[in-house]
Design a protein around this ligand. Structure first.
Ligand SMILES: Cc1ncc(COP(=O)(O)O)c(C=O)c1O
Length: 431
């Protein structure tokens, strides 16, 4: 958000939270329809998670993985590996999603150097992706506005992909083949490519779902040219799209998996990078012979963060929240689709599971709209009606409620949207 607008408009001050609700400084209850920022996936102030964390603080408050290890980080690594059915063999802990991206970039380049003798290997990302806000993660995503004034040649390339928003289901497979052909030619032209990084659903691009066949063909391409496929599931991991990890709905597996956000339910910061055995093995051996990743953060594998994560995963499993996300995601999608038929300023609903977006038609004009798009204006009005959603762009409103969502919550979301959309339908004009 523009800081000038943030200052001009009184920011929403959240004083406390409880379950699916946030309470502002006037004790007004607001349904957290974006799970904080897709991290508070299990709801706020869950007693069993907080008491587990308190107990952990009394036992071991801190530990650096540089000199030793701790039980919680080992247990969490094992648990994550179990959730991937043993596909990944090792987990590297970070403090955020952006750090997970940075770590993966370093791993991919170092691995390529060790395996092929090629240094500074290029990394290909999808256009309109978001992989974080550190320097390399920003340049990797390559968003024109974000890189303005900070750009340098970091060896990242962004390629388009067939976005479902722009093609009918009949056209999509043909487009997938066209894009894969272009990608293949690009890899041939750049023999120093070390990795391709993708999301499965792009949170910051209107919850755009990357076609499964495109991802499956990326896997084949990576196999053919011996390059790594990194999947960024910082937003989609831990049940958000209806499976533990979104890649598990495909017929293929990545080489590196990035996790963050819901990994620790928003209770404390945590991120993780999962790698398959051959990648881990490539760094094992004598340090003098270059067998070292030389990477880590002071608080990597912090026992409190790992304890919080284990408690969150226990809560997720005990309450069958992955199944709930799948089931309620379908119901919410259908309900929203039905709702938008009544409002001609809404274009479509995109996304998967409980990561959805309402996309508005381009060229909408609202009288009080100066710097802000329709999605921002609607989101501000929704807060007055007790619903927090996230405008990820001028024309898209993200809905990503806690995985504990019920049918009543779905009614509340659609009724509230209907009320606010009706207000707007009276004042909207088109360019
Ligand atoms: C897909 C994706 N990757 C990376 C990040 C960066 O994570 P963090 O904000 O924890 O650094 C985000 C955050 O929104 C994300 O959605």
């Amino acid at each position: 958000m523009q800081m000038q607008e943030y200052i001009k408009n009184k920011p929403l001050i959240i004083q406390r939270s409880e379950g699916k609700y946030l309470f502002d400084d006037k004790n007004h209850a607001i349904y957290d329809g974006v799970s904080s920022l897709l991290n508070a996936s299990y709801g706020h102030n869950i007693e069993q998670i907080i008491s587990s964390m308190k107990e952990q603080l009394d036992i071991l408050d801190n530990n650096s993985l540089f000199l030793s290890t701790n039980e919680q980080s080992v247990l969490l690594a094992k648990k994550i590996i179990e959730l991937t059915n043993g596909h990944f063999s090792n987990v590297f802990f970070t403090n955020s999603g952006s750090e997970a991206t940075e770590t993966a970039l370093k791993i991919a380049r170092k691995y390529t150097f060790r395996k092929k003798g090629i240094g500074n290997g290029k990394v290909i990302a999808l256009r309109n992706s978001y992989h974080g806000s550190t320097m390399c993660a920003t340049l990797l995503s390559g968003n024109e506005h974000d890189i303005q004034g900070i750009s340098f040649d970091a060896g990242f390339i962004q390629v388009p992909f067939p976005e479902p928003l722009y093609y009918s289901s009949d056209e999509i497979e043909e487009k997938v083949d066209e894009h894969i052909l272009e990608l293949r030619e690009m890899v041939i032209r750049n023999p120093d490519v070390s990795a391709i990084i993708t999301e499965i659903v792009q949170l910051s691009n209107k919850a755009s779902v990357v076609p499964s066949s495109f991802l499956e063909k990326i896997r084949s391409l990576c196999n053919e040219f011996e390059i790594l496929w990194i999947v960024d599931e910082i937003a989609t991991g831990f049940g958000r799209t209806g499976s533990y990890f979104a890649y598990q709905s495909l017929d293929v597996d990545p080489d590196i998996l990035l996790l963050g956000k819901a990994i620790s339910g928003g209770y404390v910061p945590l991120g993780a990078v999962c790698v398959i055995r051959p990648i881990y093995d490539a760094f094992i051996g004598k340090v003098q012979e270059g067998n070292e990743l030389a990477h880590g953060f002071t608080t990597s594998g912090h026992p409190l963060a790992c304890n919080a994560s284990l408690a969150c995963i226990r809560f997720l499993e005990e309450n069958n929240l992955v199944e709930n996300a799948n089931e309620k995601g379908h119901i919410l999608f259908e309900s929203l689709n039905k709702l938008i038929q009544n409002y001609d300023f809404v274009l479509t609903i995109s996304g998967k599971g409980l990561l959805l977006s309402i996309i508005f038609k381009p060229g909408i004009k609202v009288p009080m709209m100066r710097e802000w798009g329709i999605a921002h204006l609607i989101s501000k009005r929704l807060i007055h009606y007790g619903l927090l959603l996230y405008p990820d762009s001028d024309d898209s409103l993200i809905i990503a409620p806690p995985l504990t969502i019920t049918d009543e919550d779905i009614h509340f979301i659609t009724d509230t949207l209907s009320e606010v959309f009706s207000l707007f339908s009276n004042i909207i004009a088109y360019e």
